[in-house]
Design a protein around this ligand. Structure first.
Ligand code: ZN
Ligand code: ZN
Length: 166
């Protein structure tokens, strides 16, 4: 029996390929928490409720390119829980997903911080970017997707020299 049957869950939605089937989701907890976040310059601020079990690292090439980094960490929030407290993000419509699904990528027009991705219309969820959330240290990822395009070195950084500061 599925203990989650009938209860509300937040379906993770892959950046590039649309919804992921329920079978691929290993649910380890069901403990929604309130989070709040902002862009780097502070023009945009928001709050939301997220399920920490849904934190995902995405290794797709779009995330690599759009973040300018090795991968992206996301967490889904139901659209009804996402509240924009300050500012209005600029939206870029991404059209390069393998599935053909268009995605709205919102970012701060001043500092460029990525804020969320969502369906272009009537979005059921927002995919928040972990790095914008004040509670990010507690939001440990539970799975990695699009490992097919992962940068090999990014899958194991334990051996890379570590300094407390630059
Ligand atoms: Zn900003
Ligand atoms: Zn991605």
């Amino acid at each position: 029996m599925n203990p989650d049957a009938g209860s509300k869950i937040f379906l993770p939605q892959d950046e590039a390929a649309g919804p992921i089937s329920l079978q691929t989701i290993a649910r380890q907890e069901d403990n929604p928490v309130k989070v709040d976040g902002s862009c780097h310059c502070g023009r945009i601020a928001f709050e939301a409720t997220v399920d920490p079990a849904m934190v995902t690292i995405c290794h797709c090439t779009d995330c690599q390119n759009l973040t300018g980094s090795a991968f992206r960490a996301n967490v889904q929030t139901p659209a009804e829980s996402f509240v924009l407290l300050r500012g209005q993000p600029k939206v870029y419509i991404k059209t390069t997903a393998e599935s053909g699904t268009r995605r709205a990528h919102a970012f701060c027009p001043d500092c460029g911080t990525p804020i969320y991705a969502a369906a272009v219309t009537n979005t059921p969820t927002y995919s928040l970017r972990i790095g914008t959330l004040r509670q990010r240290a507690e939001l440990r990822p539970h799975r990695q997707i699009w490992c097919r395009s992962a940068l090999a070195w990014a899958m194991d950084i334990h051996e890379i020299a570590r300094l407390d500061r630059q």
